[in-house]
Design a protein around this ligand. Structure first.
Ligand code: ATP
Length: 255
């Protein structure tokens, strides 16, 4: 979807040291192909959000370089961050308002995005009247109106129940398969990481760094049943082993 075959995102030997001295990331090198969906897992505080902030250009690295092939970014947070006094439709239009999209086109894009996330019927409702899962769909719709080529997700389904979480994952997969944006998804769920992505990057902490990756060769669309297949179990085991390896490494260093 990008103009050329350049990676959608690259990081080369990236380090981040926050004021106060915390080394949030050290020596991170990665590359995301256009249209590639990659998940990131790691223990709390290992620098996953920092990685996304770097990817979005909201934070400059203290060392190394970050490159993006596109400025059409979407950023979805755990909190849907909707304005409570604006209708669902006007919340979705907000992204276009901020980037100067003409009113008519804004409305059209909002209508289309709401249809795609299955929320046309609540376009005039206020966010406070919706369930957590619906609010997250509104947030997704708002991001889609910018026609992103690189989507960044920071634990987007962390605050909804398990069943809603699985449905939202399937919706996200459908959008990804249709639009082919490159995606970087931070999640605490190993199963969600494997289910949604083509590759899982595993991080460890102190300092935050990549300790391994697992390719996920399962074809799309992935149906819920795939979670019970031996291939899926094998992949989640590999990711878990890498996560535990990172933790064991830390314990050894601490001792
Ligand atoms: N603005 C900041 N100033 C100072 N330290 C920070 C700042 N933001 C994050 N940190 C520290 O950097 C480290 C990495 O934080 P980050 O939020 O990126 O981790 P995370 O993996 O996303 O955590 P979680 O899984 O709990 O959301 C942590 O030790 C955190 O306390």
């Amino acid at each position: 979807m990008t103009d050329d075959d350049r990676p959608a995102l690259t990081m080369e030997a990236v380090g981040v040291r926050y004021p106060g001295g915390t080394v949030a990331l050290d020596g991170v090198t990665l590359s995301l192909a256009p249209g590639e969906f990659t998940a990131v897992v790691g223990p709390s505080g290992c620098g996953k959000s920092t990685l996304l902030r770097l990817a979005a250009g909201l934070l400059a690295p203290s060392a190394g370089t970050v490159g993006r092939a596109t400025e059409r970014l979407g950023y979805v947070f755990q909190d849907p961050t909707l304005l409570p006094w604006r209708s669902v439709r006007r919340n979705v239009e907000l992204a276009g308002e901020l980037t100067g999209v003409p009113a008519r086109e804004r409305r059209d894009r909002a209508e289309e995005a709401l249809r795609r996330v299955g929320l046309s019927h609540v376009a005039d409702a206020l966010p406070g009247t919706l369930s957590g899962g619906m609010r997250m769909r509104v947030s997704l719709a708002r991001t889609l109106t910018g026609r992103p080529e690189l989507m960044l997700f920071d634990e987007p389904f962390g605050s909804v129940d398990e069943i809603t979480r699985a449905r939202l994952g399937d919706d996200l997969q459908e959008l990804f398969v249709a639009d082919g944006f490159a995606g970087l998804l931070v999640t605490h769920s190993v199963a969600e990481a494997v289910y949604l992505s083509q590759r899982v990057l595993v991080m460890a902490d102190r300092p935050g760094r990549l300790v391994g990756e697992v390719a996920v060769p399962l074809p799309y669309p992935r149906l819920p049943e795939v979670r019970f297949s031996p291939a899926f179990t094998e992949l989640t085991s590999q990711v878990t082993a890498l996560l535990q390896g990172g933790a064991a490494d830390r314990i050894e260093v601490a001792a």
